[in-house]
Design a protein around this ligand. Structure first.
Ligand SMILES: [Zn+2]
Ligand SMILES: [Zn+2]
Length: 478
């Protein structure tokens, strides 16, 4: 399929979100084409504070978002703003570097430069009120950010040995692209060293000053700020506490798929890292700070190169190499993710996040009822409410109807009715799309959230989050 440059911002369906400049730079190295770097072509919505670079990676048009800072809040704000300017974005890839769990399971090992791809995100948080350091806030986040079925299947397939091995080869191949253009993306050339989790990076032989926290602190992980800035070799971290080494010539990039732990604080304690990794059933592979913020706003996948072991010995030596490996894995991921063809579709402003079921059979009577409710008789406004318990197939039926009869409708809108606030925000986003596409019409497409609220209260629909309101109007209101 020949990919064309989108005519406007709404033609972009994938956002890539990076917190650090080196992460975004690494991604840009892997662009096949750059469309717009200063907003001259695509601009952005008024008051959207993000900066964007748009371009093409393989078969995908992507918008790269630079974050003004690190952390969950910044990530959440970038993710919500990108959806205002780039209303067609359905999936965000949070790309960059992270701290890795060196031994996440019996069978797996993680080395520096490996890449972690998340199929789920857990949130963790530190709190002074908790002796011993950390508290897991919640389990696996299974709400908004859960990747859609199409991506989940893709990730599941990648767990198979052969597919993963192909994916790794592809990643290594792409890694050469930035490395050829800049030596800073190369392997740092030093041994990959892992210290015992309980062995802290601190002044040991002598105190730096009378107030050196390494000596005056009461806990093993009390470390002075000067020690944090000093390398292991300068600090003379005792090599007897090294539990694993990997020589430069043995290095290669492995891909691991699993859970990433996302928090507001930088993880820099080996013991804390291992405790969190062992505390749930999710098989936590790494730690980072943006996934949870994005996940709260948009369907996302975290793809991050491991630049340290999330312990006190962490330093920046591996960051650029890890950023390049994370970016290369992102390109590899995009190369196997085949976009759903929309070539046959009539113009449509936004698309459902639920893919059409390949196993949809029967239900001819219901389909005919839907068809006749919308398409028989003259052109006038119609409303149809599909109701039923969760899992009965309301969404599948609706998606199938849309796929079969979309050519009969001018535009089709989906509203996220998982909650009243989501319904209101998605209806406002849709209103903006209409106004962008047909600026002369003024304020159109009013969505009556109160109507929905009344219905749901009347019928006491408890499981709102799976419900979708579907409105298809044969005669457009504009
Ligand atoms: Zn010190
Ligand atoms: Zn050290």
């Amino acid at each position: 399929m020949q990919l064309t440059q989108p005519a406007d911002r709404h033609g972009f369906t994938i956002a890539i979100i990076c917190a650090l400049t080196i992460e975004a730079d690494a991604i840009e190295e892997l662009f096949d084409e750059t469309y717009d770097r200063h907003g001259e072509i695509y601009s952005k919505q008024f008051r959207d504070p993000n900066s964007y670079v748009t371009g093409r990676i393989g078969r995908h048009n992507v918008v790269l978002c630079y974050m003004p800072g690190i952390g969950r809040g910044a990530a959440a704000s970038v993710a919500s703003s990108v959806r205002v300017s780039y209303t067609g974005v359905q999936t965000a890839l949070v790309v960059g570097i992270c701290g890795g769990v060196p031994n996440p399971s019996h069978n797996d090992k993680i080395y520096l430069g490996d890449v972690i791809i998340s199929d789920s995100v857990i949130q963790f948080d530190f709190g002074r009120q908790y002796p011993g350091g950390f508290q897991r806030k919640m389990g696996v986040k299974d709400t908004l950010g859960r990747p859609n079925q199409e991506i989940r299947s893709l990730l599941q397939g990648l767990k198979a040995r052969r597919a993963r091995s192909d994916f790794q080869s592809k990643t290594s191949q792409y890694l050469q692209l930035p490395q050829q253009s800049g030596s800073h993306w190369q392997h740092p050339g030093s041994e990959d060293i892992l210290f015992r989790a309980s062995f802290t990076h601190k002044h040991r032989a002598e105190a730096l000053s009378p107030v050196c926290l390494c000596f005056t602190g009461h806990r093993e992980d009390d470390v002075c700020s000067e020690a944090v800035k000093t390398t292991c070799s300068k600090l003379a971290c005792d090599e007897n506490h090294i539990v694993r080494r990997r020589k430069v010539q043995d290095s290669s990039v492995s891909i691991l798929i699993g859970t990433i732990a996302s928090g507001d604080t930088v993880m820099k304690s080996g013991e804390c890292r291992d405790r969190i990794a062992a505390s749930g059933e999710e098989n936590v592979l790494g730690f980072e700070m943006e996934g949870a913020g994005v996940w709260d706003n948009i369907s996302c996948i975290v793809i991050k190169g491991v630049c340290d072991y999330a312990d006190s010995h962490k330093n920046k030596d591996w960051q650029e190499y890890a950023a390049a490996s994370g970016a290369s894995a992102t390109k590899a991921f995009l190369s196997i993710w085949v976009p759903i063809s929309r070539e046959d579709s009539p113009p449509r402003l936004n698309a459902p996040e639920i893919p059409r079921s390949p196993c949809f059979v029967g239900r001819a009577t219901e389909m005919e009822e839907l068809r006749s409710a919308f398409l028989s008789g003259g052109t006038f406004d119609r409303t149809l409410l599909l109701q039923g318990p969760p899992g009965i197939g309301k969404s599948a039926l609706t998606v199938e109807y849309v796929e079969r009869f979309r050519h009969k409708h001018k535009d089709i809108f989906w509203f996220d009715a998982s909650s009243i606030p989501n319904l209101i925000s998605s209806s406002s986003a849709i209103r903006k799309q209409i106004n962008n596409k047909f600026p002369s019409t003024g304020s159109v497409g009013t969505v009556n959230a109160d109507l929905f609220r009344r219905h749901t209260q009347e019928h006491q629909v408890a499981e709102l989050w799976q419900a979708f309101a579907f409105i298809g109007s044969r005669r457009a209101n504009y």
